[in-house]
Write a protein that binds this ligand. Structure first.
Ligand code: AMP
Length: 145
């Protein structure tokens, strides 16, 4: 399965925030959208960074509550790993496992086209396994009758 197959079902919408968004504003965005990470983008299309719950927790632990008034750019990850829609789901799974992150932006010609989360990966893996299981069950049942 390709990443484009996932985006076709899930859609291409990505929640982004500008780099100068205060961290407390980021909390509101994460809570409102019920998500764990946002792409940081100055124009809603170029990926300038990514910032997740983990970055907030780490910054709070290191610097205290003053972090809440800092800009998102102070806690973001700037070396963002992205994929294209042609990428295979299992390669993205491997990337997430090896690099220990749960979000991967999908980019085409420098423009944001979607985001894949670990939740999307797990859901699609379960769907694949279920299809395989029922195909095998049908095969076995068919052979027996
Ligand atoms: P996550 O597991 O996605 O909440 O992120 C864990 C850490 O990896 C955080 O420091 C994120 O900023 C960072 N991170 C998340 N996604 C990516 C990505 N696609 N490329 C690089 N770093 C990322």
């Amino acid at each position: 399965m390709r990443i484009s197959d996932i985006l076709r079902v899930k859609g291409e919408q990505v929640v982004t925030v500008p780099p100068d968004t205060p961290v407390e504003g980021l909390l509101t965005v994460l809570a409102q959208h019920r998500i764990g990470a946002v792409v940081v983008s100055r124009d809603g299309s170029v990926v300038d960074g990514i910032v997740s719950e983990r970055d907030i927790v780490r910054a709070l632990a290191a610097r205290g509550a003053g972090v809440l008034t800092e800009a998102v750019s102070a806690i973001q990850t700037t070396q963002v790993r992205t994929v294209t829609p042609e990428a295979q789901l299992e390669d993205v799974e491997r990337l997430m496992t090896e690099r220990r992150f749960r979000h991967v932006p999908v980019v085409v010609d420098g423009a944001l086209r979607g985001v894949v989360s670990i939740g999307d990966v797990v859901k699609n893996r379960i769907d694949e396994l279920e299809t395989e299981r029922s195909t095998l069950a049908d095969y076995i049942t068919g052979e027996r009758t």
